[in-house]
Ligand binder design. Structure first.
Ligand code: DGU
Ligand code: CA
Ligand code: CA
Ligand code: CA
Length: 195
């Protein structure tokens, strides 16, 4: 994990379009140009990861605006949201997203938002104090495949996985859940918890 380095103020979204962007454990804090970290839907992300690129070693600071957006898949590794903003990360277009060694605190609503058919693999996460862990965009029926392994999830007001799609699947393995609400909410083709 990261111990705090210096702070970088972010006024326009940082694009990660190929290879690896290493944040060096700096704290990246959104300015009002990106949003205020509230539930406003008009905010911009702090990072945009595309086409299989990797973002690593980043702390999102007190203002995380709309977090991290993925287009066409990508990987995040060793990322901490000290104060989740509108949401922590969003899958905006299809692909495979890997999220490893991630920690998120203090979200008002969703941690992960999935807005496109995709596969999401989350491993080694700690997520505490928000509405829900993952939401497939309301009213959508495309298929998502979600695998969560070795996570600690606590204090979800609503629950862990929510979809309106009867083709989507979710599973959580080897994880610790405490006051995490309902594990499976909605129509999931399959939704399981084990270990
Ligand atoms: O009205 O699609 O909050 O992507 C519903 C919208 C909403 C999304 C979501 C997001 O669900 O904008 O952050
Ligand atoms: Ca939202
Ligand atoms: Ca959002
Ligand atoms: Ca927050």
């Amino acid at each position: 994990s990261c111990s705090n380095g210096s702070t970088t103020n972010v006024s326009s979204t940082i694009l990660v379009t190929s290879g690896t962007y290493d944040g060096g454990c700096r704290v990246f804090n959104a300015t009002s140009a990106l949003g205020d970290g509230s539930q406003s839907e008009s905010q911009k992300p702090v990072f945009r990861v595309e086409n299989g690129a990797t973002l690593r070693n980043v702390v999102l600071g007190n203002n995380a605006a709309d977090g991290i957006h993925f287009y066409n898949g990508g990987t995040i590794d060793n990322i901490r949201w000290s104060n989740v903003g509108e949401d922590a990360f969003t899958i905006k277009s299809s692909g495979t997203v890997n999220a490893r060694n991630i920690t998120g605190y203090a979200g008002e609503d969703k941690f992960i938002q999935v807005n496109a058919a995709s596969t999401l693999n989350v491993s080694n996460c700690v997520v505490d104090n928000m509405g829900k862990f993952l939401r497939q965009n309301g009213g959508t029926t495309f298929k998502i495949v979600v695998n969560v392994d070795r996570c600690q999830i606590s204090n979800m007001k609503e629950g862990i996985f929510r979809t309106d799609s009867s083709t989507s699947t979710a599973r959580i393995t080897n994880s610790r859940l405490r006051n995490a609400g309902s594990i499976c909410i909605g129509k999931w083709a399959s939704c399981t918890s084990s270990g």
